[in-house]
Design a protein around this ligand. Structure first.
Ligand SMILES: Nc1ncnc2c1ncn2[C@@H]1O[C@H](COP(=O)(O)OP(=O)(O)OP(=O)(O)O)[C@@H](O)[C@H]1O
Ligand SMILES: [Mg+2]
Length: 399
């Protein structure tokens, strides 16, 4: 059928044509925003889930929700090697400018910019306030202790006060939380803990891989009390079908029931896969206004191929030979989670011997440890992909 009308959109952070099955999460954030508006306490939220399950698009939706309440919403995406104090300073600067445009800057926002200046001087950061800081003095004694948690708490509190003065609020989303260094994550947790006592309209929502609760717990023991960890899972059958049916319906196209059942089976309800299979089935269908089981049959190979060369391949592009050997050993054991000892034994080694490789894979976000002594892929159906690759090319290990 006409690809220009194809509604499905597989892609990292691509907003789906129908965002289904996430009402509970949206309600949690709506309530948090309303409570903070009333000066009540609300916990920060961290979404956790496998790759492609829909964390980033939910963060976008939260920001849209915040904007509709006239909140200033600012995203941050963590990456390996990111300089966290600098990223925070840049983020705070953007928030302050959006809270209070330069020509019309309220006193509280001016003071907050002064505090930001102190923070930047203490942390040897470039002067992020730019032209606006001309004639602005740093505010000594605020956000300049040299202890990142205290200084972040000081900055966040200023932002919260500036927002309150303007009768607004601030929502910061932090994506890919697993890439934050342990000390940065600890500082963020403690900093948020301190400002949360003041019940300011300042909310942080994070998202990351399933390893995040454990990382947060290691960084600070009371993290689980401070954050509301919500795990984002694949969609149930009815929601998975709705994710395909609703967008087609808007285009006057109908999915045959057997076609839907087959896609749900193939994708196991994982949102990224639903978008990819939906897209290929639409393009291959003869139409004019329905998608049948045989259209899906024809689409499977193309969809799998697209996923293999895109979604899955990007994950292994940055792995070393020994890391790949570990992934192959995992996949050879069937479905996860896998006992680390068995993976090591499959490689003819003992657990400590492969510990560094295992740690590297966790650090790169390819694997996580669901429980002590266990390991699993962070990418759904990755075991199938590795086995397919092995079949296709005997040279996969050496690639
Ligand atoms: N609730 C949903 N309903 C339908 N499609 C969805 C839903 N959530 C996400 N998708 C689709 O799934 C794909 C992946 O979404 P997204 O990039 O948000 O996942 P993610 O969890 O952030 O993945 P990663 O961990 O790789 O960053 C996108 O193509 C998006 O359109
Ligand atoms: Mg994402």
């Amino acid at each position: 059928m006409d690809p220009t009308r194809n509604p499905y959109c597989p892609g990292a952070g691509s907003p789906p044509p129908a965002l289904v099955g996430r009402d509970a999460e949206l309600e949690t954030i709506r309530i948090a925003i309303e409570r903070l508006r009333l000066g009540r306490f609300a916990k920060s939220v961290i979404l956790t889930g496998l790759r492609g399950v829909g964390k980033t698009v939910l963060l976008q939706e939260f920001r849209r929700l915040g904007q509709s309440r006239d909140w200033v919403c600012q995203p941050l995406e963590a990456s390996e090697g990111m300089r966290f104090p600098q990223a925070m300073a840049e983020l705070v600067r953007k928030v302050l400018l959006r809270l209070s445009p330069a020509q019309n800057m309220a006193d509280r926002a001016k003071r907050a910019l002064g505090v930001l200046k102190s923070f930047q001087m203490r942390w040897n950061l470039p002067d992020g306030a730019g032209d606006l800081s001309v004639g602005l003095d740093p505010v000594p004694g605020w956000a300049d202790s040299g202890l990142l948690d205290e200084d972040l708490a000081g900055l966040f509190a200023e932002v919260g006060e500036a927002a309150r003065e303007r009768q607004k609020g601030v929502l910061v989303t932090v994506d890919e939380v697993q890439y934050l260094k342990r000390k940065d994550l600890a500082a963020l947790i403690v900093g948020l803990h301190q400002v949360s006592q003041e019940q300011l309209p300042f909310l942080v929502v994070g998202a990351g891989l399933p390893s995040v609760p454990a990382l947060a717990g290691e960084a600070k023991s009371y993290a689980e009390r401070l954050f509301n960890f919500r795990s984002i899972n694949r969609l149930g059958d009815d929601d998975a079908k709705a994710a395909l049916v609703e967008p087609a319906d808007e285009e006057g196209v109908v999915w045959r029931p057997d076609a839907l059942d087959q896609i749900v089976r193939e994708t196991r309800g994982y949102p990224y896969f639903l978008q990819e299979f939906g897209k290929q089935a639409w393009d291959l269908a003869d139409g004019p206004a329905e998608i049948t089981g045989s259209d899906v049959d024809a689409a499977v190979a193309t969809a799998v191929d697209e996923l293999d060369t895109g979604f899955f391949s990007v994950r292994i592009d940055r792995t070393t030979d020994s890391e790949r050997e570990y992934l192959v050993a995992m996949a050879s054991l069937g479905k996860g989670p896998y006992a680390s000892g068995r993976v090591a034994a499959t490689m003819g080694k003992d657990t400590p011997g492969v510990g560094p490789v295992r740690d590297k894979l966790i650090k790169k976000g390819l694997c996580y440890s669901p429980r002590w002594g266990e390991i699993d892929f962070t990418v759904p159906l990755f075991d199938d992909f590795v086995r397919r690759r092995l079949r296709q090319s005997a040279g996969f290990r050496q690639r």
